[in-house]
Ligand binder design. Sequence first.
Ligand SMILES: Nc1ncnc2c1ncn2[C@@H]1O[C@H](COP(=O)(O)OP(=O)(O)OP(=O)(O)O)[C@@H](O)[C@H]1O
Length: 343
Amino acid sequence: MVAFERAGKRYGPHGEGGFTAVENVDLTVARGAITGIIGRSGAGKSTLIRMVNGLESATSGRVLVDGVDVGALSEEGLRGLRRQVGMIFQHFNLLSSRTAFDNVALPLEIAGVDKKTIRAKVGPLLDLVGLGDKQGNYPSELSGGQKQRVGIARALATDPKLLLSDEATSALDPETTQSILELLKRINAELGLTVLLITHEMEVVKTIASHVAVIDAGRIVEAGRTFDVYTNPKHQTTRTLLASALKLPEWLRSGIKAQPSVGDRALVRLVFFGETAFKPLTGRLVAELGSDVNILAGAIEEIGGEPFGSLVVSYSADPDVIARADRFYSETGLKTEVLGYVA
Ligand SMILES: Nc1ncnc2c1ncn2[C@@H]1O[C@H](COP(=O)(O)OP(=O)(O)OP(=O)(O)O)[C@@H](O)[C@H]1O
């Protein structure tokens, strides 16, 4: 549905004074799927997603939506594209002088739709997002979650086939975030809408995205099924993003170092799924390393209905202990990653 072909974006002049925000991105977004793009602040996420609806133009390569090169569209072509591509934003971007109803009606008014059709369309959309009783309320009278629901209804007004989500839950508390993600999931399933979202939170990706791409300094460093990337991350950026999503106590998280000093302990995430899920490997690891293994956190989670377990343990970073542990992992096929080192 969306294809980035060696797509890049450079702000300002070429050479000195310019800045390359996105570089050589090759990425395909499957029709009907929910795809997440995750990266740290400044990684280029907003630039990348805005290239899909022409809010930013590629300065190299191409971005195709349903085979159409966005960069080659005329102003009128772009307006047509934006009717097919809805967008929601971190700060909702509602007009404060308009009611919920009138905010949702706005794209239809702009498209020249008659009043009767607008009335027939907006009510059911507000019902769909659970705001049937708030049609006459102004944004200032709505909670953050309700404002985002209005934003979602507005994005759906022109019956788009693709929804872009720019950090749509970043300004919301965890509970409201979950309810908005549930709503997006339902819309994806019920309307068959393709969703492309950007976020800096692994939890968001894990909750709703079937596929994920990790962006770092303007480049996609890893992409694939969310389950695969989450259970077997290959790139250091992905590992760092995952580590920050683990529910480790603050005292432990803040003490993590990239390199060990003498006497430090390795902090290791063990991932259990598929064949390794049902083997009593933790006991064997403890037997292998002596009683030196500390279990610090553990959870059974699932992505897209596929369960997996993760356990965070620490043990001596002494090279001999590390070598024994690594031998054990390669013999058993247990997936692991070193999160860092702690004193
Ligand atoms: N109009 C612009 N002119 C020059 N540089 C820009 C412009 N817009 C963004 N940038 C730079 O491009 C880089 C990527 O910005 P972008 O907003 O795409 O990142 P992001 O991953 O969405 O970050 P955040 O999550 O903080 O919004 C940043 O270093 C930013 O300063």
